[in-house]
Write a protein that binds this ligand. Structure first.
Ligand code: ZN
Ligand code: ZN
Ligand code: FE
Length: 765
C-alpha cells in the first residue's frame, strides 16, 4: 500500500470571496483527503493529506476546475510531515492576516442564481438581491478588510435560519457568500414618486408598468443609480437628454439577453463572451441597421449594449417581457453631466429629480460608487474604454515592483493608480476633474483604496501640466512628487501591461497633453532607450484658435489648418466650406490667427481628426468630446485611397505635414464627393504616415517594437490600419487591452515611468 503524504499548498490570485474554499473542500472530499483550507494574507493556504496519487490529482484540479469568478495566478506546493488527519475542514479566515489578500470585483448574476430567481416556485422568485459565492456585489459593498459580512454594507441585515444554513454549509453554493440574503431577511426595494410608494415585489411590477408607459425611472443598480427609459421612446429620450444636458452623447442600452443583443447588433465571438462575462461591461457593438437606435446613439454606427447584470435587472426585464415589452432600455449613469454617479437617495433627490419623476431604490447601501465599464473589440482583442465596475479593484500584474507609488492620472477621464509590490491597482473611472464633485470623488476613492490595500505611497506622480487639478491634488499630498510627460505615460501604459523591456517606440495619438516644450502635444513618436525617452517625430504644430475652449468647434482647427495649407488665397480656394459657420466667427478666428492671439500651438491628432470631420461636412460643432471623429469613423466604408501626408526631416526629428492631405480633402468636398470618401482618405492616410515614420525610426534606431496608445487609438479603424501596416513591415505591435488607451489608463504609465526610473532626454536620436 502506498504511503500517506501531506502537502502544503499556497494558492495566489483572486481566490477570496469567489467560492474558492468550498471548491477545495469538494475536491478534497472527492479524493478522500484529510486536512484543511483557509484564507490568509497571501491568498488561500491548503494542507492536504492522503495517498500520493489522490493528492497529486487534487493539486492538478485546483486550478483546472476553479470556480468561474476565481483567477489562479500561482500554486506552490511543498511536502510536510503527515499529521494523520482523515477528514477535511474549512478553517476560519485568519483575521488581520487576510488584510493583504485581494478584494474581489463585483460579479454579474450567475446562471444558477438567475435560474433560481426566475423560477416561480423558488423562495427567491424575482428576489432582486439573490447572490451566491459565484456572483453578487463585492467591491461596491466592502468598507474594510478582511472581506467578511461585518465589513460590508450587509452588516445591518441578520441572516434568517435558512440563509444561515446555506452560509454555513460547505457543500452549498452560498457557503460563506457574504452578501447572502433572501426575501425574509435581506434588503428590499421601494418605488417612490408621483405621490406613490410601493415596497417589495409590487415596487418592481409598478416600475415595469411605468417604464413601458414611457416614464424615466432612476434605478439603483450595483455601483450607483441608472436613469432608465425605453430606448424606442423619443419623448422619454428627449426629456432625458434635456435634463442631462446631453443633446447627442451616446447612451448605453440594456437588452434582456444575448439573443436580444444579436437581433439588433452584430456580435462577434469575443463580444459575446464579454457581454456574458462576470464583469458584464457595456460592449460597443455594430448596429445591424445603421439608422437604428438613433435616439440612444445618434449618427453613430455603434451602440453600447449590456446585459442584465444584477438580479434586480433580471427581475425587471422578466416583468417587462410579461408586460409585453421585450425590447431595450436606455440605462445611462444617474448623474448630472460630468458629476459622479449618484449612489444614495439624497444624492438622487438633489441631482436627478429633474430627470426622473420616479425612483426605485433599495436599502443595501452602495459604499464604493462605480460606473459601468465600457469595452470594444479591435485588432482581435477586447479592450477597455472605461475601466470601472467588474474590473476594479482587480490588479494589473507588473513584471517588477518596488516601493508603493501613487499616480494621479490626468484631468479628463481621471483614474488613479496605486501600486503594491508588483501589482497596480487602478481606481474606477472618476471622470472630469474640472468638476469639483469629482475631485471629492477622487479623494473619497483614494482613502478607500489606501484602507483596503493597506499601503501608503512614498512617491506621488502627476502629469507635467502645471494647471491640472490632478497635479494640484498630488502636490497637496505628503510624499516625494514627480511629474511625467503625458504621452510618455500613454506609451508606458502599454509597456506596463505587457511587461515590455526597452528599447521600444511609443506612438501616442490623442487630444491634448502638456508637452515638454510647453506646447500642446498629441501625436508623438517617442523612442524609449537607455532608461530615457526622446521625442523623435510628431505632427507639425498648428494653431488652435481659442485653445481648449475651442475644442468643441471643429471648424476652428479646420480654419487654422486650411489657412496654413492654402496660404493667403485660402478664402478663394476653400472659403465656401465655411458657409455654414457665422461669418463674424470666421473673421474673428482669422484675426486671432493673424495676430497669434490665444492660439496655442498643438501637434494634436485628435484636433486634426476634428478638422477633417468639419471638412467632410459631418460635424461643425460638437456637444461631447470626440463627436466629430466618431461620426467621421461611423461613415468609413474603406472605399477611397489614402490622402498623402508629407514627412519632413528636421533637426528636431520627423515632422508630418498635413498640407497636401488637407488640400485633397477640400478638393473632394468641393467636388461633391462623400464624407465616406474623405473619411477613408484621412484614416488610411494618417495610418500610412504613422507607418512610414515608424519605418524610418526603425531604420535609424534598429528598434522594431511599437506601443500604440492615446485616446485616438480608440478609433477602431485607425488602430487596425496602423497595426496591420506595422505588422506588414515585420514589426511587433502592442496596444492597450487591460486599461483604456485614453487618459483612463494614463496613471498606469505614470507609475511605470517611476518604477522603471525613466528620464526625458530632449535631444533627438
Ligand atoms: Zn450566483
Ligand atoms: Zn434569509
Ligand atoms: Fe491623453
Amino acid at each position: 500500500m502506498a504511503p500517506i503524504v501531506r502537502k502544503q499548498i499556497l494558492v495566489k490570485g483572486v481566490v477570496q470571496g469567489v467560492g474558492f474554499r468550498p471548491h477545495i473542500y469538494k475536491l478534497a472530499a472527492a479524493h478522500a483527503l484529510g486536512g484543511w483550507v483557509k484564507n490568509d494574507a497571501a491568498g488561500v493556504t491548503i494542507e492536504a493529506e492522503g495517498r500520493p496519487a489522490g493528492v497529486e490529482t487534487f493539486i492538478r484540479e485546483i486550478a483546472l476546475k476553479k470556480p468561474p469568478a476565481a483567477r489562479v495566478d500561482s500554486v506552490s506546493v511543498r511536502a510536510i510531515r503527515p499529521a494523520g488527519e482523515k477528514t477535511f475542514f474549512i478553517s476560519r479566515s485568519g483575521g488581520k492576516a487576510a488584510a493583504a489578500a485581494i478584494i474581489p470585483a463585483d460579479l454579474a448574476l450567475c446562471p444558477d442564481c438567475r435560474r433560481e430567481m426566475l423560477t416561480s416556485s423558488d423562495p427567491r422568485w424575482l428576489y432582486p438581491f439573490t447572490n451566491c459565492t459565484n456572483c453578487g456585489p463585492r467591491f461596491t459593498i466592502v468598507k474594510s478588510v478582511p472581506y467578511d459580512r461585518p465589513a460590508t454594507t450587509m452588516a445591518g441585515f441578520k441572516m434568517c435560519p435558512s440563509c444561515r444554513g446555506e452560509y454555513a454549509n460547505p457543500l452549498d453554493r452560498r457557503f460563506h457568500a457574504q452578501p447572502n440574503a433572501c426575501p425574509v431577511c435581506g434588503p428590499s426595494v421601494t418605488l417612490e414618486g408621483g405621490g406613490l410608494s410601493f415596497s417589495g415585489p409590487s415596487a418592481l411590477e409598478k416600475t415595469a408598468i411605468l417604464l413601458i408607459s414611457g416614464e424615466i425611472v432612476a434605478l439603483q443598480s450595483l455601483g450607483g443609480f441608472h436613469l432608465a427609459c425605453r430606448a424606442d421612446n423619443p419623448a422619454a429620450l428627449g426629456k432625458l437628454r434635456a435634463a442631462k444636458k446631453r443633446p447627442h452623447k451616446p447612451f448605453a442600452v440594456m437588452v434582456p439577453s444575448l439573443a436580444a443583443a444579436r437581433r439588433v447588433c452584430r456580435v462577434s465571438a469575443l463580444e459575446a463572451a464579454a457581454l456574458s462575462s462576470s464583469q458584464a461591461p457595456v460592449v460597443m457593438l455594430r448596429k445591424r441597421a445603421p439608422g437604428s437606435f438613433c435616439g440612444p446613439a445618434p449618427a453613430l454606427a455603434k451602440l453600447g449594449v449590456m446585459l442584465p447584470y444584477t438580479p434586480l435587472h433580471a427581475a425587471l426585464f422578466s416583468l417587462l417581457e410579461k408586460g409585453g415589452f421585450p425590447g431595450a432600455l436606455v440605462m445611462t449613469s444617474g448623474n448630472f453631466r460630468d458629476e459622479p454617479i449618484c449612489k444614495s437617495l439624497p444624492e438622487v433627490r438633489s441631482a436627478l429629480s429633474g430627470a426622473a419623476a420616479f425612483t426605485l431604490w433599495h436599502d443595501r447601501p452602495i459604499h464604493n460608487r462605480v460606473d459601468d465599464s465600457v469595452v470594444f473589440e479591435a485588432a482581435g482583442a477586447i479592450r477597455l474604454a472605461r475601466r470601472a465596475r467588474g474590473y476594479v479593484p482587480s490588479a494589473v500584474k507588473l513584471s517588477s515592483g518596488g516601493a508603493s507609488v501613487l499616480a494621479c492620472g490626468a484631468d479628463l477621464k481621471n483614474a488613479f493608480c496605486l501600486t503594491r509590490g508588483a501589482e497596480a491597482f487602478l481606481s474606477q473611472h472618476i471622470g472630469d476633474l474640472s468638476e469639483p464633485l469629482n475631485q471629492e470623488f477622487f479623494r473619497e476613492t483614494l482613502s478607500n483604496f489606501r484602507r483596503l490595500l493597506k499601503v501608503s505611497p512614498g512617491i506621488i506622480v502627476h502629469d507635467l501640466h502645471p494647471d491640472y487639478a490632478s497635479s494640484a491634488i498630488a502636490r497637496a499630498l505628503p510624499g516625494r512628487k514627480t511629474a511625467v510627460q503625458h504621452h510618455a505615460a500613454h506609451a508606458l501604459s502599454v509597456a506596463a501591461e505587457y511587461g515590455l523591456e526597452e528599447p521600444f517606440i511609443g506612438l501616442a495619438f490623442d487630444g491634448a497633453g502638456y508637452g515638454a516644450d510647453g506646447k500642446i502635444w498629441g501625436s508623438e513618436f517617442l523612442v524609449f532607450k537607455d532608461k530615457a525617452w526622446r521625442r523623435a517625430a510628431s505632427l507639425g504644430y498648428f494653431a488652435l484658435p481659442g485653445g481648449d475652449a475651442g475644442a468643441l468647434e471643429t471648424w476652428r482647427p479646420a480654419l487654422a489648418l486650411i489657412k496654413a495649407a492654402f496660404g493667403p488665397g485660402w478664402r478663394k480656394a476653400a472659403g465656401v466650406i465655411f458657409s455654414g459657420v457665422s461669418a463674424a466667427g470666421v473673421r474673428t478666428v482669422e484675426r486671432m490667427l493673424e495676430a497669434g492671439l490665444n492660439c496655442p500651438e498643438t501637434s494634436s491628432m485628435g484636433r486634426l481628426f476634428d478638422a477633417f470631420s468639419f471638412i467632410s461636412g459631418v460635424r461643425a460643432e460638437t456637444t461631447y468630446e470626440a463627436q466629430g471623429p466618431m461620426e467621421l469613423e461611423a461613415v468609413y466604408d474603406g472605399r477611397g485611397a489614402a490622402y498623402c501626408f508629407d514627412i519632413d526631416e528636421t533637426p528636431g526629428g520627423y515632422i508630418i505635414n498635413p498640407g497636401r492631405a488637407l488640400r485633397a480633402a477640400v478638393g473632394d468636398r468641393l467636388a461633391g464627393r462623400t464624407a465616406a470618401r474623405i473619411s477613408a482618405g484621412l484614416h488610411k492616410g494618417a495610418a500610412e504616415a504613422a507607418v512610414e515614420v515608424s519605418s524610418r525610426l526603425c531604420a535609424s534606431t534598429g528598434i522594431k517594437t511599437f506601443c500604440l496608445s492615446g485616446g485616438v487609438f480608440q478609433n477602431r479603424t485607425l488602430l487596425e490600419l496602423v497595426t496591420a501596416g506595422l505588422e506588414r513591415r515585420g514589426f511587433k505591435v502592442y496596444s492597450n487591452r487591460l486599461v483604456p488607451a485614453n487618459d483612463g489608463g494614463l496613471a498606469l504609465g505614470q507609475a511605470w515611468h517611476v518604477i522603471k526610473n525613466y528620464s526625458h532626454k530632449p535631444s533627438v536620436i
